[in-house]
Design a protein around this ligand. Sequence first.
Ligand SMILES: [Zn+2]
Ligand SMILES: [Zn+2]
Length: 256
Amino acid sequence: MNDTSMTLAVLLYGLLAGGAAILGGTFVVLRREWPARVQEYLLALSAGFLLSLVFIELVPEALHTVGPSAPLYMLAGYAVLHFFEHTIVGHLHFGEETHSEVMVSQVASYSTFLGLCIHAFFDGFTIAVGIQFNYLVGLLIFIAVTLHKIPEGLTIASVMLAAKHNRRMALIASVVVGVATFLGAAGALMLGGISETLVGTAFAFSAGIATYVGASDLIPEINHSKNRIIPLLVFVGMMLFYAGKVALETFAGVGH
Ligand SMILES: [Zn+2]
Ligand SMILES: [Zn+2]
């Protein structure tokens, strides 16, 4: 894959993933019936897909590329998201905001918004680093991440509404989360221009990011679900990952 087509792929995937978040926000703002169940299905599939991706592709590849220092970057990736989503931000969880009591202060909604923007930035970043590292891996990351982007847009729009912002603000918030996703992808593209080592390091870091999104953002939401089918769908996500990987290697001729 040459540089131009790689750049275009990164920008396109960044745009699609960001667009999915905006779509989720639009559902909420237009008060379209977006059944809670569908949202939980997507979160569960995304979690299973992401976690298999982490264990089967990202961790081994990061160790292979960066060597013994890879685990430290993985931990750093995990730590950075934990810091921005759940240390400096008081209240952030995926899915519709049902705790309007904690959203009475608009400050709380802005802090959740900030946390989600940083999360979204790293979603885009992870996709782009993956594509630069290996197109197949990048494509799988794109699928894994995009599965939870509609619920993500829905999350931020419903947070804004719960905090009594108007619908226009709720839509703007989901657009900003979409733009942050795209900027993350575009930003990671710049690393590629600097050095290959940097891409390898960023790749290890992304493994930590993806672990956080899968295991600490998505899984807890699924475990709260009253619908017992949802936890089972995590396994379906894991199998989907495997099937997707084999299909891409076999039919699209992309591989290592
Ligand atoms: Zn809440
Ligand atoms: Zn996300």
